[in-house]
Design a protein around this ligand. Sequence first.
Ligand SMILES: N[C@@H](CCC(=O)N[C@@H](CS)C(=O)NCC(=O)O)C(=O)O
Length: 220
Amino acid sequence: MMRLWGRKSSINVQKVLWCLAELGLEEDKDFERLDAGLHFGINRTPEFLKLNPNGLVPTLIDGDITLWESNTIMRYLVRQYNQKNRFPEDLASQYGSEKWLDWQLGTMWPVLRIPFLGLTRVPEAERNYVAIQKSYQEANDLLSLLDQTLANQLYCSGNRFHIGDIALALCVGRWILLHQTFPEKTGPRPNLKHLEAWLKRLETETHFNTIAEKELNIIK
Ligand SMILES: N[C@@H](CCC(=O)N[C@@H](CS)C(=O)NCC(=O)O)C(=O)O
């Protein structure tokens, strides 16, 4: 049975759990999930570091294959378990999704993680509110690029849902929750109507609702 290490509150673990759900793979039947990270610990133990030298979650073991990096794990799961064609495999859809996966990891999250970690993990007395607001406003500009794409198509890579949507939607969910929870710290959030419509579509047509959190997981 596949084994997934990682606490459910992690954005990167949620990507993998959502992808598994879309592929019809069930916890305790097709894979087991073991809590690790934050208060669960485990991720810095010598045994865990042998699996993932970064000491981070998610980490997945499937037979002889041990993987880390959430986007890579999703790519692997699609390659290995997409028998029911949940995710389109034509090159345009696949690489349309790939570019957004790289954008999420290399462009979007490095900006959004500053207000996210700043407001949910850094103790109040140590927060840099100027940097937090500046990055939140940069995230607004970045997400307006996604909104423009979604004006012309239903999903990030075309008219079918793909794993790029998973990575993006979990970021967007945190972007919304940060503003709802700390409006005076983030500054204004634009109303991006194509992005809102896409989120609604994900809520009704995918497992988004069962995976995403409804409120921020704040460590005080
Ligand atoms: N680029 C990695 C980042 C992994 C990462 O930063 N994981 C965080 C949780 S989202 C982590 O393990 N933090 C330490 C902890 O939870 O204790 C990925 O996409 O998987």
